[in-house]
Structure formats: structure tokens, C-alpha cells
Design a protein around this ligand. Structure first.
Ligand SMILES: Cc1cc2nc3c(=O)[nH]c(=O)nc-3n(C[C@H](O)[C@H](O)[C@H](O)COP(=O)(O)OP(=O)(O)OC[C@H]3O[C@@H](n4cnc5c(N)ncnc54)[C@H](O)[C@@H]3O)c2cc1C
Length: 403
């Protein structure tokens, strides 16, 4: 039994199978497994979310039906219980997001790898899977040269295509397409966007957070914060709207988002304040004193509100409430938190087995679904790894293969 890819999905499949006495070999191209999982813990590992199940599954959008099936067998609460079983307690943060106490991945991953080792799982590191040989054996590139491996069943858990330096480089897309499997092109998900900032704004405000603003775009309206980067915008509020914005850019070639930079103030309140006599104060100083527009928010206002509009007070007030920011393109896939696209659900049977390739199962981010940040990515990866593991057991039993 071969599992290719030692991220959360592959390791979960390895746990399920090895617990039932199957001899499992995990192959990974990197010198150690779980690298993206480790990096996910850098800013605080958001394992899952505590909201009601119905709301939780709605986060998977058009793939809700498929993912709900995995999650019914491994709920967000089951995930917390599983972490507890590895000696890691979790807590619910103020936003409802669930984190391990200590916030980091490393203690959880260490305990998990020890469990897998005790279960007899064998790890083959620096083994890059490069498709199949003519005799249908798996082809690996290793430091000792090319190796072929024959397995009764295979779980592919190769991840998406972002942060390629951590191992998931999306090279598998070619191998699967060549084998006749339908794979949607990988696209950035939870990603930033390019904006053509003026050199002045970029130099002055690169890296500055834009806090407590409301972003509106089509049906999307949410309060939060993001960061002005050298080439555009990134951060949680932008990521939350990113799937919608990405698809619209793909369809129309560019979009304009609207920013309410004073969500606690009404337009009328702003007009009243800005109408106060300015005296000898500059407009910039007047905006700061009366409407609180300073720093990066003032910079954005001057970037996108035409100068002549500052002559009467209604125009700046309306720009503060609805500042248009043109977004040009998504940032490259490699910079994204996750990937959309991947192996389509239509090319799999209900047990995550590739219809064209009996005995080959898929799990994790390499499947064609996406979700916002908030713990939804990892939860679905873990749950799909379990589902793939259970399916392999069923399949082996159906073939009469001894387990
Ligand atoms: C910066 C960052 C922060 C994140 N934070 C969070 C968070 O807080 N909460 C959350 O839910 N999600 C988070 N995510 C997303 C989450 O980490 C991923 O969705 C998850 O790791 C995907 O799991 P996976 O097992 O499908 O794939 P991966 O974790 O990508 O693992 C795939 C494995 O396959 C191996 N592999 C790939 N190709 C080959 C090949 N050809 N041969 C052999 N091995 C191969 C790779 O080396 C890798 O080890 C974050 C992602 C990033 C980049």
C-alpha cells in the first residue's frame, strides 16, 4: 500500500490503514514530511472552526455535498478529539476559530509521526513521484537514482501548487492528465491581488495594515483588515473575498472593490464634520482632525479620489465610505495560501478512487474544491485522508486482499 504525499491528508490515510494492520509505505519528495502543515502553524495553527456544522459545511461552496460526506465521518469536534488523543488540547479563539494550545504545529506533528512509527508506517523521503512506468509501476526519482514500486493500492495526497518550496509543486497535474484523468488547472485561492500603486504610495506605505474597514464586492461585504504590499494587497479580508474576485477578473479582466474606511461613521456624520471651517489647515490635516483619515487610509484616499473632488465636502465623505480600488490580477499561485482546481470529483467514484485508474485514490488539497481560511482547509484535508483510507480498506476487502 503506497501513500504518496506526507501532508495532513496522506498522513491521515496512513493512520487509518496502519491501524487496521495494512503495511503502509509513505513516499514524499522532501527530506521531511508535513512541511506546509508546519508552516501553517507559524502564525497560529488554525486547525478547525467551532461554528455550527451546517454553517461549517456551507464554506465549501459548490463542493459542499461531497465534502459534507467526509465531514460527517470526521467532524470538526472529532478533529479536536483526535488532537487530544495525541496529547494536544485545543481552544476556541474569539473569532470561533480553533487552535491548539501553544498555537504551533510541531508538537502535534511530532506526536503524530511517533504514533505512525509505532504503527509500523515506513517513510521514504526524497522520493519524488514522476508518474507511472510502462508496466504500471510507480516511478520515483531518488538520490540513488530512479526506483520503481509496485503497490496493491495507492493514495495520492500530493497537495496543491502553492508554496512549491514546501514540496507541493503541482507537477502531478501532468502525470494524471497523461493518464486520462480530468484535472482542472490549479489556481490561486486565498490569495492577494496586484494593484498599480503610485510609486509614492508604495514607498510610503508598503507593509502597512489597513484596519477595520469594510470591503464590498458584488454580494460580498465583510469587515476586517488587510495589508498594502509592494505590488498590491493581501491579508485575511482580501483572502475572504478572493475566490469571487479571482473568478470575476478571469471573466472580465479586472475588478473594482469598494472600501468603507470609516464603517462606524455614517456618510452624514462625515459630511457634518468635514463641513466645519478648515481655517488655515491643509486639507490633509482637516481630514485627519475631523474624519480621522490619517496614515495609510489618508494615502489611499489621495491615491484614488481625484484632487478636484476635495473642493466640496460631500465628495471626500463619499470616497471615505466607498473608495474604489482597482484590482488587476491575482498574485501568482506560488504565493497563495491554497489552490483551487485539481482532480475533478467527476473523475472519481464515490470512494475517491479514480475511475480511469482502479486502485488509485486521491485525497486533500489536490482535489477540485476550495474554502476560505478559518481551519476549513485542514479539516477537509484530514477528513478526506480518512475517507480515502477507509475506501482503500473496502476496496482491498472487495478484492479479497488480506488485510
Ligand atoms: C502559509 C500557509 C498557512 C496556512 N495556514 C492554514 C491554517 O492555519 N489552517 C488551515 O486550515 N489551512 C492552512 N493552510 C493550508 C493547509 O496547510 C493546506 O491546505 C494543507 O497542508 C493541505 O494538505 P495536503 O495533505 O492536501 O497537502 P500538503 O500539505 O501540501 O502535502 C502534500 C505533500 O505531498 C508531497 N508531494 C507533492 N508532490 C510530490 C511528488 N511528485 N512526489 C512525492 N511527494 C510529493 C509534498 O512534499 C507534501 O509533503 C496554510 C497554508 C499556507 C501555505
Amino acid at each position: 500500500m503506497a501513500i504518496i504525499g506526507g501532508g495532513p491528508a496522506g498522513l491521515m490515510a496512513a493512520e487509518i490503514l496502519s491501524q487496521r494492520g495494512v503495511k503502509v509505505d509513505v513516499y514524499d519528495s522532501m527530506p521531511s514530511v508535513g512541511r506546509k502543515f508546519l508552516v501553517a502553524g507559524k502564525g497560529g495553527l488554525n486547525l478547525t472552526h467551532s461554528e455550527p456544522f451546517e454553517q461549517f459545511v456551507s464554506r465549501y461552496g459548490s463542493r459542499k455535498k461531497e465534502i459534507e460526506k467526509w465531514l460527517m465521518d470526521f467532524t470538526p469536534d472529532d478533529l479536536r478529539e483526535w488532537a487530544r488523543g495525541l496529547g494536544i488540547e485545543t481552544f476556541v479563539g474569539t473569532s470561533g476559530r480553533v487552535f491548539p494550545v501553544g498555537m504551533k504545529t510541531s508538537p502535534l506533528l511530532r506526536a503524530w509521526l511517533k504514533r505512525l512509527d509505532d504503527l509500523g508506517v515506513t517513510f521514504h523521503l526524497r522520493h519524488k513521484w514522476n508518474g507511472w512506468n510502462a508496466d504500471k509501476s510507480l516511478k520515483f526519482e531518488t538520490p540513488e537514482g530512479e526506483k520503481s514500486v509496485k503497490a496493491d493500492a495507492v493514495v495520492l495526497a500530493l497537495g496543491g501548487g502553492s508554496w512549491a518550496r514546501l514540496g507541493s509543486d503541482g507537477a502531478w497535474v501532468n502525470w494524471l492528465r497523461q493518464a486520462g484523468v480530468e484535472v482542472e488547472a490549479l489556481k490561486p485561492s486565498n490569495c492577494g491581488f496586484d494593484v498599480a500603486w503610485s510609486p509614492h504610495l508604495r514607498e510610503r506605505y508598503e507593509g502597512h495594515p489597513i484596519k477595520s474597514v469594510v470591503l464590498s464586492f458584488e454580494s460580498f461585504r465583510q469587515r476586517g483588515e488587510f495589508i498594502l504590499t509592494k505590488g498590491g494587497v493581501q491579508g485575511s479580508l482580501i483572502y475572504a473575498a478572493s475566490a469571487l474576485i479571482r473568478d470575476e477578473i478571469e471573466a472580465k479582466g479586472g475588478v473594482v472593490i469598494l472600501l468603507d474606511m470609516a464603517p462606524d461613521r455614517s456618510y452624514e456624520w462625515l459630511v457634518e464634520k468635514l463641513s466645519k471651517p478648515r481655517g488655515s489647515r491643509s486639507m490633509a490635516s482637516h481630514l485627519e482632525k475631523t474624519a480621522g483619515m490619517k496614515g495609510v487610509k489618508a494615502g489611499l484616499l489621495h491615491e484614488f479620489a481625484p484632487k478636484e473632488d476635495f473642493a466640496n465636502v460631500e465628495r471626500p465623505a463619499s470616497f471615505i465610505k466607498r473608495l474604489p480600488i482597482p484590482l488587476i490580477a491575482p498574485r501568482p499561485l506560488d504565493e497563495a495560501i491554497s489552490s483551487a482546481g485539481g482532480v475533478t470529483f467527476e473523475s472519481l467514484d464515490e470512494n475517491l478512487m479514480i475511475r480511469e485508474l482502479p486502485g488509485i485514490f486521491c485525497a486533500g488539497e489536490m482535489l477540485d474544491w476550495e474554502a476560505p481560511t478559518g481551519g476549513y482547509l485542514l479539516t477537509a484535508c484530514f477528513a478526506s485522508g480518512r475517507a480515502a483510507g477507509e475506501s482503500v480498506l473496502k476496496w482491498m476487502e472487495s478484492l479479497g486482499t488480506a488485510v
